[in-house]
Design a protein around this ligand. Structure first.
Ligand code: FES
Length: 83
């Protein structure tokens, strides 16, 4: 498991399928789950709260430590889809 604070140093390894990065620890879900959700959006933009809610099983953030990572992932996704 790679914690959020180490994500920069392991960013080159992520997406290789060899590592799973836990995005949220309060309501555990990984980057894989987030990417699956974003892929299922079929080229449509989405919001952080929707992604968090879906990936966490309908929960709301507790400590909010993961939100910066989630924000980066959603922002990157939204940049790749048509306006
Ligand atoms: S780590 Fe995601 S809400 Fe705490």
């Amino acid at each position: 498991m790679i914690l959020n604070r180490n994500r920069e140093s392991f960013s080159g390894l992520l997406g290789s399928g060899l590592f799973i990065m836990m995005v949220c620890l309060c309501h555990p879900f990984s980057d894989k789950k987030v990417r699956e959700h974003l892929s299922a959006k079929d080229g449509k933009k989405c919001g952080m709260s929707e992604v968090y809610s879906t990936c966490s099983g309908g929960n709301k953030p507790q400590c909010c430590t993961c939100l910066e990572t989630l924000k980066d992932m959603v922002k990157t996704h939204n940049k790749t889809v048509a306006a």
